[in-house]
Design a binder for this molecule. Structure first.
Ligand SMILES: [Zn+2]
Ligand SMILES: [Zn+2]
Length: 367
């Protein structure tokens, strides 16, 4: 029996979008996440078929399990594509991820529902040669890290994570076991100048400031969110810091809000309402649709990141101190062409034992 560990990104390697990572542990084959990407408005899926050109698989049906870290599009929205190629695969995610995913995918969720099993944090799934368990990842509600124990080695896939609490969810909780192989979604691992100044949601607070000043000038605010789950975070924040603001929420965001509220996570206050008519007095319109041109409204981009910054990423890897760190979901620094990465900092740290891999999409490694 083989005890080889093979890793190959099918998307989302040194970029954001279509996160999907093939992991072969001996004879078992897994996918970690199964997301979509977008370039210039065109949707793309992970390169599943590239596996068929490798010695690792003859047939995509050999992939038995898919672990979905969280409900952002870039980590889960290609599930319908994959399950069309392998209708038998068992998919695992938390119940909250399933809730948000069903609202994101709308009708196409029905086609994949029967493949999904929901899991809870710290639950263990025993398979013949390994054991899988799940840990809170921070980032967004329902997000999980996946720990796999295989032949004496502990492999941790972080998914997107945050080591600080956000408006809706607490900080990541790490397993107690030492980690041998860390597969890290390191969004800012190559952005040495990216700092959130120790503040958990600096970008969210910037959005809030713009809303506050626009409302004071009696302007209508149109806030566009790119991902519906982020709209929920924004509603919470606006209600907390601008309790007099009225929020009109579009139907797609409302669908998720209702699901959170069904799970006893209160989101709306009594001034918020679904967007059916355009309000007549200054208010906040929260929508996933682009704003119309020539409007007299204050347009606020509601996009923000709930990821660790560069320094927090370095600290996280220092704390985990894995033998090997595979860094994915890690675009290069476009603005500064900086060469400093997580790796360069930790290579000079005498207490760090970590060696790094920054794989490209479709490049495979034996770990
Ligand atoms: Zn995410
Ligand atoms: Zn992501």
């Amino acid at each position: 029996m083989s005890d080889k560990i093979i890793f190959m990104p099918l998307g989302g390697a040194q970029e954001v979008g279509a996160s999907c990572y093939f992991l072969k542990l001996g004879e078992d084959n897994f996918l970690l996440d199964c997301g979509c990407g977008l370039t210039q408005g065109i949707r793309f899926a992970p390169q599943f078929n590239s596996l068929l050109a490798t010695p690792y698989l003859q047939d995509l049906h050999q992939i038995s399990h898919v672990f979905i870290s969280h409900a952002h599009i870039d980590h889960c929205a290609a599930l319908p594509d994959f399950l069309q190629l392998n209708e038998r695969a068992a998919v695992y995610m938390t119940d909250l991820t399933q809730e948000i995913l069903s609202a994101q995918l709308e009708e196409s969720f029905d086609r994949i529902r029967q493949n999904i099993s929901t899991v809870t944090f710290l639950q263990k799934i025993p398979l013949p040669t390994l054991e899988v368990s799940f840990y809170q990842a921070g980032h967004i509600p329902g997000a999980m890290m996946t720990l796999i124990k295989f032949r004496g080695k502990n492999i941790l896939y972080t998914g997107d994570y945050s080591t600080f609490p956000t408006q809706l969810v607490g900080a990541a909780m790490l397993p107690e076991e030492p980690i041998d192989i860390l597969i890290l979604c390191g969004l800012h691992a190559r952005h040495p100048f990216y700092r959130s100044f120790g503040e958990s949601d600096a970008a969210l607070k910037r959005i809030l400031h713009r809303i506050y000043h626009a409302l004071r000038r009696h302007k209508m605010v149109y806030c566009q969110v790119t991902q519906i789950s982020k709209g929920v975070e924004l509603i919470k924040l606006i209600n907390k810091f601008l309790p007099n603001a009225e929020i009109f929420i579009d139907e797609r965001v409302m669908r998720i809000v209702r699901r959170f509220e069904n799970l006893q996570i209160p989101i709306m206050n009594e001034r918020d309402r679904p967007l059916i008519f355009f309000p007549r007095k200054p208010a906040v319109i929260l929508s996933t649709a682009p704003p119309f041109a020539n409007s007299n409204m204050e347009i606020v981009n509601g996009d923000f990141s709930l990821h660790d910054d560069f320094a927090a990423t370095v600290n996280f890897v220092r704390r985990v101190n894995p033998k090997v760190c595979v860094v994915v979901h890690s675009p290069p620094d476009q603005r500064f062409h900086a060469s400093t990465t997580l790796e360069q900092i930790l290579i000079n740290d005498p207490d760090s034992r970590t060696s790094f891999v920054f794989p490209e999409t479709c490049e495979s490694f034996e770990l």
